[in-house]
Design a protein around this ligand. Structure first.
Ligand SMILES: *Cc1c(COP(=O)(O)O)cnc(C)c1O
Length: 425
């Protein structure tokens, strides 16, 4: 049976019935179709407000802003942690706003990766983002070990996706820690976190996940699944702005543990200003902070997280799945014969928040898209990532994007550009 053709009227009707439609107005989006919210989310009016609250606290209270402002800086990281907890299925005390993905990986490996006896290896994957791999290798080297031997990278069969069963087959008693992405940054594959965690725990492996491409896009149940630790950034789906402070989660069963990398902000808050040389670590995930929080790079997140609370992550996931489904259906309908291949898993259970479009001319097509006011992103050598964001992408936007892409291909507009990446792709 052939599928019915999707028309503009159809997508308009979807927008009319979209419960998240009012949120589009909360974001600044000018003159372009923004399909790159999985690299840098858009600014919301709410984030602008909470950033300006912190600036005003500085203006009015100077040093007093730490405790006396409208949004006291001393407690901000914990407050943001508590606001983030529902997005990942964690308890408030298990989450803290701090650092970046990479620095948080260093912190948590310094805490949990203790090579001993036979158990000396880290289990990762060959498709992971470079920074995660750099951090894992350097941690292995810190222990005087050889990353070639001690970093195990699960292989991918197709170069885009991983098989959970293959990951599980690599597990044994030699592995100390596992660190995998929840959603792969290139293909958008969503791994079965629960299944992987359960299997790893049978081998006594500490389980960590990098939620860069899933936090804010879909719900998680980290505490229930028993995931030991997790890290994420907040400038992607969480819309905290460029360089926005990241976050980490440590399962309750590990709270009270001394941080591998300590600093005065690791302290129990009541003791911090005793200025003792003996650290009393916080009994919460706050213990994994190191130095003074980056207040102005955290403040926008408060406003953004209010929007998530209002919309509900379940509803965001439902719309996100419909948007990516529509995008794939339209690509199938309008773009067959132009050499595109879909690199992400097609089923809902294994799909994150973006569509991975594979094409030999991906770099030049991305440049042509930008010329047509569409912002995609390119991942070398041949991937165009398109992320329709539940908060601010309408179904009709998706329709327009595909029609403009079709126009590019029909008229070979990509041929005006070199098929090479720019400095930032
Ligand atoms: C975006 C991203 C990063 C970036 O790390 P930062 O330390 O925040 O710069 C790391 N890993 C993955 C998987 C990412 O998607």
């Amino acid at each position: 049976m052939t599928k019915p053709v999707i028309s503009r009227e159809d997508v308009k009707a979807l927008d009319q019935h979209d419960p998240l439609q009012p949120f589009k107005r909360e974001f600044y989006q000018e003159r372009f179709y923004y399909m790159d919210g999985n690299s840098l989310g858009l600014l919301s009016k709410r984030s602008e407000e909470t950033l300006s609250t912190s600036l005003n606290d500085w203006k009015k209270h100077a040093i007093g802003g730490w405790t006396e402002g409208e949004e006291p800086w001393f407690y901000m990281s914990e407050k943001i942690g508590a606001l983030t907890a529902p997005l990942i299925g964690a308890k408030p005390e298990e989450v803290i706003n701090t650092g970046s993905i990479t620095s948080n990986i260093h912190q948590l490996l310094a805490t949990f990766y203790k090579p001993e006896g036979k158990r000396t290896k880290i289990l990762a994957d060959e498709l992971n983002f470079p920074s995660d791999i750099h951090a894992m290798k350097s941690q292995i080297k810190w222990h005087g070990l050889d990353p070639e031997e001690h970093l195990i990278r699960v292989q991918s069969v197709d170069g885009y996706t991983l098989s959970e069963d293959t990951i599980i087959k690599e597990m044994d008693e030699d592995i100390a820690v596992l660190l995998l992405p929840s959603v792969l940054y290139r293909s958008g594959q969503l791994l079965d976190i629960e299944k992987i965690t359960r299997a790893a725990h049978e081998y006594g492996i500490i389980v960590g996940f990098d939620l860069a491409h899933s936090i804010g896009a879909l719900p998680h149940r980290l505490n229930e699944w028993g995931v030991d630790f997790a890290v994420w950034c907040t400038y992607k789906y969480l819309n905290s702005g460029p360089g926005g402070v990241g976050g980490l989660y440590v399962n309750k069963k590990h709270l009270g543990k001394s941080p591998g990398l300590a600093g005065w902000f690791s302290s129990d808050k009541d003791k911090q200003f005793d200025m003792s040389h003996e650290l009393t670590p916080a009994e919460t995930a706050g213990a994994f902070q190191i130095g003074t929080p980056h207040v102005l790079s955290s403040a926008p997140l408060i406003g953004s997280l209010e929007l998530f609370e209002e919309a509900g992550i379940q509803q965001i996931r439902e719309k996100s799945l419909k948007l990516t489904r529509l995008l794939m259906d339209l690509i199938h309908q309008e773009l067959s014969g132009y050499g595109f291949k879909i690199g992400n898993p097609l089923n809902d259970e294994s799909r994150g928040g973006h569509v991975c479009l594979v094409h030999d001319e991906a770099a030049s097509i991305c440049k042509a898209l930008k010329q047509e006011a569409i912002i995609p992103d390119f991942r070398s050598p041949n991937v165009i990532r398109l992320a329709p964001i539940a908060f601010y992408t309408s179904y009709e936007d998706v329709y327009d994007v595909v029609l403009r892409l079709k126009d590019i291909m029909e008229n070979e507009k990509q041929k005006q550009f070199k098929n090479e990446r720019d400095t930032i792709a």
